[in-house]
Design a binder for this molecule. Structure first.
Ligand SMILES: C[S@@+](CC[C@H](N)C(=O)[O-])C[C@H]1O[C@@H](n2cnc3c(N)ncnc32)[C@H](O)[C@@H]1O
Ligand code: SF4
Length: 351
């Protein structure tokens, strides 16, 4: 698995603290060269022969020129098979038809569009630089140039949400030729404009349940925020697979180590191999398996639990909170994922 981080955006949204910048576009060519340099190094470190999935995320990958995407692919082609899932994130304002057609021709087979809402007032509130109609056009263009695997990101639990707005968003979502949707509950991140504003977030559990139940009927939920045809790349993360992360703000993972390239874009370009390493303990790795497993259809293998944890998981099975099948425990209500993981793993509760 390979993740490629693109740290450029055309504008900064009110909620977002991803590692992305609106004033660094002039570094794009040099950034691509640095990515290719790190890629070479990581392919060697991870002993890669082929990728099961590649994910180009950001920031806004649709700010990249076709020339630069071609350059990336000229180095990636030999690790790509017909089964490789290749996703790229795109924003409705920059993903025009020519760009979409060119990336589809290059072999990218999954597109993830950051739509957030189909309500113009909500888009403005979130600080998005596109309209509802632009978002719809981007989805239709993606479909008409050939994409069969299309994801739409939406955000909910904002203070201007109400049942009617959410119903219209879901109706519009259902009317489009997509295979997947990611629905994110708004989180307030430090350093964003929303962090300094009052009443931007409103957690409404009834509305959340309504959204999940309705969307699940058309696009089955397979993780707390993900619905539809499961993405190989997402599943790989939750299954604890190794992944290369290239670019400033990317993260890589190999067995018991995490790799963090420099988050500062200029410093990353100057030295793409200046990578911090974090060592994970056995208990870190196990806790991660519990949290990721209970948030998704991946579940948790009984064999990684000790007798005390098994006792607690079995209590949850008796209470109808977990399902046990083929040696694994599966969560029934993903909204309770963290509570379930904490209950099963909490040493204090062990006799
Ligand atoms: C890397 S980001 C964005 C991709 C692309 N640049 C875009 O905005 O269209 C991936 C997704 O994370 C979600 N996201 C980012 N910050 C969030 C926040 N604070 N709360 C909830 N969702 C968030 C948004 O839905 C966004 O589309
Ligand atoms: S949500 Fe997307 S477009 Fe908006 S600032 Fe974050 S990465 Fe950039």
């Amino acid at each position: 698995m390979l993740y490629i981080h693109i740290p450029f955006c055309d504008s900064k949204c009110n909620y977002c603290n991803f590692n992305s910048y609106t004033n660094l576009h002039h570094l794009q060519n040099r950034y691509i060269d640095a990515l290719l340099h790190q890629l070479d190094f990581e392919i060697d470190r991870f002993q890669i022969e082929q990728f099961q999935s590649i994910y180009i995320g950001g920031g806004t990958p649709s700010t990249l020129s076709i020339k630069n995407i071609e350059k990336l692919f000229s180095q990636l082609t030999r690790y790509i098979t017909p089964e490789t899932e290749i996703t790229i994130e795109a924003n409705p304002n920059s993903a025009n038809r020519d760009w979409l057609s060119a990336i589809y021709q290059l072999g990218i087979n999954r597109i993830s569009l950051g739509v957030q809402s189909f309500n113009d007032r909500k888009l403005k509130f979130l600080g998005r630089n596109h309209s509802k109609n632009q978002a719809i056009r981007a989805v239709e263009n993606s479909h008409s140039v050939g994409f069969k695997n299309i994801n739409i990101d939406l955000i909910y639990n904002t203070s201007i949400d109400n049942l009617e707005l959410i119903q219209t968003d879901i109706d519009t979502l259902f009317s489009l030729p997509i295979s997947h949707t990611s629905l994110y509950s708004l989180t307030i991140e430090e350093g964003t404009p929303f962090a300094n504003m009052k009443r931007v977030q409103r957690e409404d559990i009834e509305l959340t349940k309504y959204i999940i139940q309705r969307v699940d009927k058309k696009f089955p939920q397979y993780e707390i925020s993900n619905f539809g045809t499961p993405s190989k790349h997402n599943l790989g993360y939750w299954q604890g697979k190794n992944y290369i992360g290239i670019g400033s703000g990317a993260v890589g993972f190999l067995k018991n180590r995490r790799f963090y390239p420099n988050r500062d874009v200029a410093k990353y370009i100057a030295n793409p191999l200046d990578i911090e390493i974090e060592k994970l303990t056995e208990s870190d790795l196990k806790l991660e398996k519990l949290f990721l497993g209970f948030r998704s259809i991946v579940g948790v293998a009984k064999e990684i639990l000790n007798h005390c944890e098994i006792e607690k998981a079995d209590i949850l099975v008796e209470n109808g909170k977990l399902r046990f099948e083929n040696g694994r425990y599966f969560n029934i209500d993903y909204l309770l994922a963290d509570e379930v993981a904490l209950f099963v793993s909490d040493v204090i509760e062990c006799r």
